[in-house]
Design a protein around this ligand. Structure first.
Ligand SMILES: Nc1ncnc2c1ncn2[C@@H]1O[C@H](COP(=O)(O)OP(=O)(O)OP(=O)(O)O)[C@@H](O)[C@H]1O
Ligand SMILES: [Mg+2]
Length: 201
């Protein structure tokens, strides 16, 4: 009996440690995304400076937000106080404005927007999802030497959907069951750790 209790206790501690480790990795991953974006700004125009200010603000917001999430996990109460009504079009516009596209990359992104829809959530976290999807897709396009990205908004009675599609090589079939798992990556690029899609999920 004592052994069972001990095992259960250990299991629950391990799960908490794992969740905290996941969130800590997400923080490091997303902050590094921002730093990479900042370092790309070699010639600093006023527009780029204001872009940097926005990113620093968003990064510090994200750290605070993830800290609240960790607290939520540890105390068993998820933090949703920053959830509000958001416009999905605003997210798409912001990410296309803020993403540090290299030359020729912005032109690869096409939009299919019938009309806006709202959701209840945190717009900064939604931007992080889009940021990661754009980053993955642009890498896949560069690797394949072909492809475009299409972001489509499909408002509907039952579900509103944002679909994100690229036409590069696609994700290998055998990798699909692992694609949302933390630290699963098929990329050989330096700094790619397999955190992006786990965060999105
Ligand atoms: N658009 C895509 N096209 C092809 N493969 C993809 C695409 N998006 C993700 N993948 C595959 O899924 C893997 C996991 O993606 P994920 O974003 O979680 O990690 P990563 O991009 O390797 O690293 P990180 O996001 O932490 O920098 C990638 O390594 C890649 O093999
Ligand atoms: Mg990624």
């Amino acid at each position: 009996m004592a052994k069972i209790i001990l095992n259960d206790g250990l299991k629950s501690i391990n799960q908490e440690v794992q969740i905290v480790a996941t969130l800590a990795s997400s923080i490091a991953h997303e902050v590094r995304n921002y730093l990479a974006a900042i370092s790309i700004c070699a010639e600093l125009s006023e527009k780029q400076l204001s872009n940097i200010r926005e990113r620093v603000k968003a990064a510090s917001y994200l750290i605070g937000n993830l800290q609240l999430q960790i607290k939520g996990v540890v105390t068993g109460k998820p933090e949703t106080t920053d959830f509000k009504r958001c416009s999905i079009v605003k997210n798409v516009e912001e990410i296309l404005e803020q993403y540090p596209f290299k030359e020729g990359e912005r032109e690869l992104v096409m939009l299919g927007i019938e009309r806006d829809f709202e959701y209840i959530g945190d717009p900064i976290l939604t931007n992080h999802i889009l940021f990661n999807l754009v980053k993955n897709a642009l890498r896949a396009i560069a690797n394949a030497g072909r492809g475009t990205i299409t972001i489509t908004l499909k408002p509907d009675v039952k579900y509103n959907r944002l679909t994100f599609r690229d036409t590069a090589a696609g994700i290998a079939k055998e990798f699909l069951p692992k694609m949302f798992k933390l630290f699963e990556s098929q990329s050989t690029a330096q700094g790619d750790t397999g955190i992006g899609l786990a965060f999105c999920n």
